[in-house]
Structure formats: structure tokens, C-alpha cells
Design a protein around this ligand. Sequence first.
Ligand SMILES: NC(=O)c1ccc[n+]([C@@H]2O[C@H](COP(=O)([O-])OP(=O)(O)OC[C@H]3O[C@@H](n4cnc5c(N)ncnc54)[C@H](O)[C@@H]3O)[C@@H](O)[C@H]2O)c1
Length: 439
Amino acid sequence: MRIAVVGTGYVGLVSGVCFSDFGHEVICADKDPNKVAMLERGEVPIYEPGLDALMAKNIEAGRLTFTGDLKTAVAGADAVFIAVGTPTRRGDGHADLTFVMAAAKEIARAATDYVVIVTKSTVPVGTNRKVHQVVAEANPDLDFDVASNPEFLREGAAIDDFMKPDRVVVGVENDRASAVMSSIYRPLYLRDFPILVTDLESAEMIKYAANAFLATKITFINEIAALCEKTGADVKQVSRGMGLDGRIGNKFLHAGPGYGGSCFPKDTSALARIGQEHASPMRITETVMEVNEDIKRRMIQKLRDLCGGSFNGKTVAVLGVTFKPDTDDMRDSPALTIVPALVGGGANVRVTDPQGLREGKDLLPGVDWVADAYDAAKGADLLVILTQWNEFRALDLPRVAASMSVARMADLRNIYSAESVRDAGFAAYDSIGSVGFVI
Ligand SMILES: NC(=O)c1ccc[n+]([C@@H]2O[C@H](COP(=O)([O-])OP(=O)(O)OC[C@H]3O[C@@H](n4cnc5c(N)ncnc54)[C@H](O)[C@@H]3O)[C@@H](O)[C@H]2O)c1
């Protein structure tokens, strides 16, 4: 198959690279000339483990190319995947479809022969029908079908998720489009990965329902964590006890500083708006969004309490600012709420993150970036673990404690135990969902 991918962000680039690894001939287009120039030089513009090697392998094999010209990409393609951003629209919380519709129009004008236009971006129910309409209006003579193919990959594990998915969801209107999509995903079908072929609306809804459900699961355990702190229970034990129940499962059941990232905040918001528009309110999702905001505020209060009631004049070391480990993505990271509260409260904030600097330097003004956790901790009054990068999981805690002005730790990812922190010489410790200590 000849595949074009429009948009080379986290989803488009990973999809393009993986499709080429399936053996298809893939051309990826992006309107950002800097990105295209990097990709043409064989450089990966994002941090995603394993992506550079797989990309190099497929460029070398002659199956993967890049262009800034959408026309070149679309010419002769059997399928064109739209993988552009669908951020939250300013003002009303809905998904902003400007990029999707602009891409659809451009594809329509560039295509000449039968093509399946596949939306991989996360889009509200009804969008694929609108894409159909936009393409038909822009190029009335074009023979085409639309398909919905939402993506479920997680940043940090994107290649594995794409190559070994729990399922592939394909929404189509007819057998012709279904046949093209089956050929594209045949390598996965042959390895028995489930491929769910359904209608356009169901495919679109599956993506939002899945993300809202996962956001609910995280928020549920975060709310239980707050109650654990009041009652003396330990949320780590509670998660384990719950997760061993096969009906519940242990994934997305770890308490933390609130969900963030490029998907859950915007997708819950869009689902809530879709519900409002159809007079079918998504009350659970709306509550989850509110509770998640409260959780982030609760984190700030925790830090303030550890600092004795005020951040003013305190030196705070922040370990990790990306929304999760193994990505450089800062979109809606809890750090974007917590760090400005520290700076605004008068703290001197030192930040370290293995991949966060490039994105984070503009997003977090007024902080000092340092090389590692030990540099950050020197002379600090509080150490905050915000992202559970492996680098922060096995720190030499006695060394950290000894270097601090006052050895206090806020472990917002529950990676250490109160005992180990106390034994290392810390004077105070707080985590999520269990009782900390102050000596
Ligand atoms: N990031 C994730 O983990 C993830 C997971 C599943 C689904 N999704 C969904 O996938 C979609 C893309 O997300 P992302 O994180 O990859 O976005 P992104 O912002 O990282 O990348 C989007 C890219 O599209 C390019 N672009 C925009 N309009 C274009 C056009 N007309 N022609 C060519 N290029 C264009 C931009 O320059 C950018 O490089 C979103 O709808 C998102 O919700 C994301």
C-alpha cells in the first residue's frame, strides 16, 4: 500500500514509521518546515523511546520519506491519514477542528484517484461525515471514502502500543474502504490482534469513551487517596487490593498529582461539550474534570504545608515536569499548575527533567534549570517529585538529605516509602494517600 500521513506529531510520526515498518510505502507531510527539515536529516523532533532507530531503519530501506508539500504526499496514495492536532477550542472547551478540516480540504484538492481519507486524530462524533462533506465540496469529481481510525498509543510506549495494540478500531461506510483498511492493518490481523470494524460514529465515540473512562479511573483513585490520608489507610495497599480484582484491573490505578497530558484533559472536555450539545450531559466526566482540578490545588496546599505555610523565600527543587516519564510532552502537565504556584508564592524554584527542558523553558518562566536531582537538592528547603522518571526512582537519599538546607520531601508519585525517607535523614515527608511524617 502507498500511505500518506498528514501531521508528524506524536501520533502521525509514530504511525508513519510503524506503517513503513509493516512494509508499506509511506510519505509523511507536515506544514512545519523546521520539523520536515529535521526529519529529512533523519532527526526525530520528539522524544519517544525507540523511534529514532525504527525511523532510520525504514528510511534506509527506502520505505519512508518526508515532505513539506502535501500535494506530493497525496499523489498516488491509497490512503491518506489525517493526524493533525485537535486541541481544546478557546472559550468553549470543544475540540478545535480547524486543523482537521484544513487538512481535509488540502487533501481533496491534491487527490486525483480513488483514495481513503482516514481520520486518526481524536475527533467528535460526526466529524468524519463533515470531512466527507468538505472533501466532496472541495473536489466534486474525486472518487473517495472516509474512514475513522482513532489512535490509542501512549507516549513513552508508543511503538509497542502501535505494533502490539489491544485493538485497532476502524469505522467505515462501505466494503471498499474496509478492504483498504484491512490491507493496511493486515500485518496486525495476521498476528491475531483484534481489529474492530464498525460504523463511523461508533469508532469516533469509542476513543472519547475510552479516554474519559481512564481519566475517571485515575481520578477515582486520587479521590480515594485523599480519603486515605484522613483515615489512616494507605492508597498503595488499597490500589493493590482493588487492582487484583480482574473486573477492576491494576492499570491507571496509581494515585498521583492529577491527570494531564495531551489527551485526557482535552478529550474529557470535548466529551462534556458533545454531551451538552446533544442534551445528554456527561455528568460523570464533568465531575471528573472538576475533581482533577481540585486534586492539583490539593497538591499545592500539600507543598505549602510542608514549607510551614508559605513558599516565600523557600528554595524548592522540582524533579520532573513532563506529564509522565519517557516523553518530552508538557501539554497540560500538572507541573504547569504546580510550578507557577511555587514561583508566584515567592519560592526560588530549581527544576530538573531528563527531557523537559526544550518544551519547558518557555512554559515555566522564573525557574532555574539544573542538570540533575543532586544539583537541584543542594541547599533546598523542599524536594518535590512530580514525574516518576527512572532517574528519580533510586536516588541516593542520604546524600540528597545531607545536601539540603531542610530535608523535606513531597513524593507526589509515591515512589519512596516513608520509612526509607526517614532512615535517609529527612525531617519531613508527604506523599499521596498515606500519612507522612514531620520530625
Ligand atoms: N499524543 C498522543 O499521545 C495521542 C494519542 C492518541 C491520539 N492522539 C490524537 O492524535 C492527534 C494528533 O496528536 P499529536 O499529539 O500527534 O499532535 P501534535 O500537535 O504533536 O502534531 C500535530 C502535527 O500536525 C501538523 N499539522 C497541522 N496541520 C497540518 C496540515 N494542514 N498539514 C500538515 N501538517 C499539519 C503540525 O505541524 C504538527 O506537527 C490529536 O487529535 C490527538 O488527540 C494523540
